[in-house]
Design a protein around this ligand. Structure first.
Ligand SMILES: C[S@@+](CC[C@H](N)C(=O)[O-])C[C@H]1O[C@@H](n2cnc3c(N)ncnc32)[C@H](O)[C@@H]1O
Length: 322
């Protein structure tokens, strides 16, 4: 965990505040931005050894919730419903890294039957939001209840999932390491529990109109995501391998954000975070990235920018196909 902190520290020590990307404490790759004068930080850098882990601002999670909901792969729900249909009683669902609970708000009303959601996160502030805005009703009108659990989901065990019908996560895998994903697969397969792991970054971005700097920034951003052994854009492949090695059937579904003029606020915030992380990874890009970001934000504000940010959803079914 030292590498990103070192890079951030160097950037901070340089005294430069490029791109309107704010203080160095404000960015984590893929999580969006950051601080402009007078603005609250939405996220901050992953800490090094002995420091607290990064925290995600509820404002950022709220800003992306609509695009996330539109992107999530409905196709993954058919095999999941078949698997869940045979289970007796209500469903216990564990949502890992729940943030403010957007996964539950999307999924609970799409599944039939009484559900009890166990919302896991290490951030008690986000758990508070998740509990307050939890879904109440299933697709067929059955009751949905929730409880929260504060802790590190990268240490989850099969015992902790005893009795679970389903494990979910959203925008989590890319901030885990290969070992942590292996632990997660162990826990799910050990508990015989399907896993719907959504919205992992795929490392591909399409911007329209295109710009010659797009590819270089994307490459630097992806490198930033992989810092300190985090999976970043390798998350889906690594997770598929982990579950398949443990005998699960795995399916992958595309779940891209498709951002146009109606999502200008999200696109602008995402752009600041994307470019900011790229420059943090490759400070030599700063000079070209500043006018790039300025022009991109102007196009965004004018409703002239389109962005496709590719993600994938993954459904893992222990013990084979439904
Ligand atoms: C990008 S946010 C996604 C939040 C939410 N799932 C969503 O889609 O809006 C990642 C979340 O995972 C949590 N998280 C990351 N690593 C974690 C860990 N090892 N243990 C517990 N929570 C973790 C963070 O606190 C944050 O709430």
């Amino acid at each position: 965990m030292n590498t990103p902190r070192t890079a951030a520290a160097k950037w901070r020590e340089s005294g430069r505040r490029p791109l309107g990307v704010g203080t160095a404490d404000a960015v984590i790759a893929g999580a969006g931005p950051v601080v402009r004068p007078g603005e609250r930080a939405t996220v901050r850098l992953r800490g090094g050894d002995g420091e607290e882990p990064p925290r995600y601002a509820p404002e950022w999670l709220t800003l992306r919730e609509g695009a996330d909901a539109a992107a999530r792969a409905e196709d993954a729900l058919d095999p999941l419903r078949i698997r869940l249909a045979g289970l007796p009683g209500g469903l216990v669902v564990h949502d890992l890294g729940c943030g403010t609970g957007s996964m539950g708000r999307w999924l609970a009303p799409r599944l039939d039957g009484a559900q009890h959601w166990v919302l896991h996160d290490r951030d008690p502030y986000l758990l508070h939001f998740a509990a307050a805005a939890a879904p109440r009703t299933a697709a067929d009108g059955s009751r949905v209840t929730v409880e929260t659990r504060r802790g590190d989901v990268s240490r989850l065990t099969a015992d902790a999932l005893a009795g679970a019908a389903l494990v979910t996560a959203s925008a989590l895998l890319d901030v885990l390491t290969r070992d942590e994903v292996g632990t997660l697969a162990d826990a799910c397969v050990g508990a015989g529990c399907p896993a719907l792991l959504t919205l992992s970054v795929a490392g591909r971005v399409e911007l329209g109109p295109a710009d010659p700097l797009d590819a270089e920034l994307a490459e630097a951003f992806n490198a930033h995501q992989r810092r300190a052994g985090l999976l970043g854009p390798d998350a889906v492949t690594a997770t598929c391998e982990a579950f398949a090695e443990r005998g699960a059937t795995v399916r992958v579904y595309p779940s891209a954000w498709r951002l146009g003029p109606d999502e200008a606020a999200l696109t602008g915030q995402w752009l600041r975070g994307w470019v900011g992380a790229a420059v943090e990874q490759r400070p030599d890009l700063r000079e070209r990235a500043e006018p790039y970001l300025r022009d991109r934000l102007a196009a965004c504000a004018a409703g002239e920018l389109r962005a496709v940010v590719h993600h994938d959803d993954l459904l893992a079914l222990p013990g084979g196909t439904p």
